[in-house]
Each structure stands twice: as structure tokens, then as C-alpha cells.
Design a protein around this ligand. Sequence first.
Ligand code: SF4
Ligand code: SF4
Length: 187
Amino acid sequence: MTGKAISPEQGNRKFLAKIEAMDIDVSACFQCGRCSAGCPVTEFFDLTTMEVVRMAAYGMEEVLINSKTIWLCAACETCATRCPNEIDIAVLMDVLRELAIRKGVAPSEPGIELFHRSFLGSIRHWGRAYEVGLIAGYKLRSGDLTSDMKLGWQMFSKRKLKLLPHPIKGKDQIRNIFSGKGKEYER
Ligand code: SF4
Ligand code: SF4
């Protein structure tokens, strides 16, 4: 446990409604800890998964969207698989990241947020991940131009990185997915 105080917050029905709309029943959590015990990156979190779920049930949106945990979660779904109440914590993390961005909260882990943006930009543009473009986008956004050069060269020399993109046929459908769903929550 992180030792952070957990207490119910009043008047945050909008936040709870957003979670409920995603079919995440945080109220079902009985704090067994199976999710936290199985998380492969829990040692780097500032809030454990079981704390995230309990805080979400209490409507503690501000604490959650300012946490490092929501950005460090690798979306591996181990927690959701282990939860006896089938609470999809990985999706909850996704919702929290989305809320942080929509509310203009500066990410606690800016590099990860920039990587997400670069990845999604690649999907939006090409319909699938185009690794070289993704890396270039991340490097330009972050200003971190020189790190991982050796690794990049190794991947390129083993033909793991394709220089040219391979767009898919259904790019319009992919763009529709990016057309603004979720704006109802903006405030
Ligand atoms: S495994 Fe499920 S029920 Fe147990 S603490 Fe985690 S979220 Fe709660
Ligand atoms: S989805 Fe995230 S929180 Fe859940 S086990 Fe994986 S890294 Fe941990």
C-alpha cells in the first residue's frame, strides 16, 4: 500500500456515471488484493490497483487523474483476469487517462503520454502502427532525439523496422473512431 489517505468525495456523480457507462462496477471490489499482487509493474506505481479501484468507487477523480499509476499501467489485463469480480481495471485506467487529457491535467509521466499520442497519430493516419513514423513523431514531440539510437539501428539492420508505411484499406472507418466520441464528458 502507498499510505495515501482514501476518503469518499461528495458530489462527483458525473465521474461515477462515466465509469458506470463503461460497465466497470468498481463498487463490487472487496479489496482482496489479487489485482495488485499480480500486476507486473506495481512497484513503480504511486497508487496500487486496489487503491485505484477503491478511490474510483469514492469518486476521487482528481487524485486519480493526477497519479503516475494511470500512465505507467501497461494495459496487460493481468489484474482484470485475476479479479474475482471481473472488474476491468485496465479499462478503468484507460478511462482515467482519457479524463486526464480531456481536463487538461499535465501527465505525471509526460514521456508516456507523448508516446500514446504518437501511437494514436500513427493509427489515425495510416490505419495501423507505422513504427518509423511513430518513433519520429515521439522524438519530435519529446525533443529526445538521441536515446535508443543503438537499439533502433539494431532493429533496422535486422529488418524489424520498415522504412515505408503499409496503410490499410479501411482508413475511413478508423478515422470515424477518432471522430470525437466521449465529448459529452467535457466540462
Ligand atoms: S482483484 Fe478485484 S475485488 Fe480484488 S482488490 Fe482487485 S479489483 Fe478489488
Ligand atoms: S493492466 Fe495495468 S494495472 Fe493491470 S496488471 Fe497490467 S499493468 Fe498492472
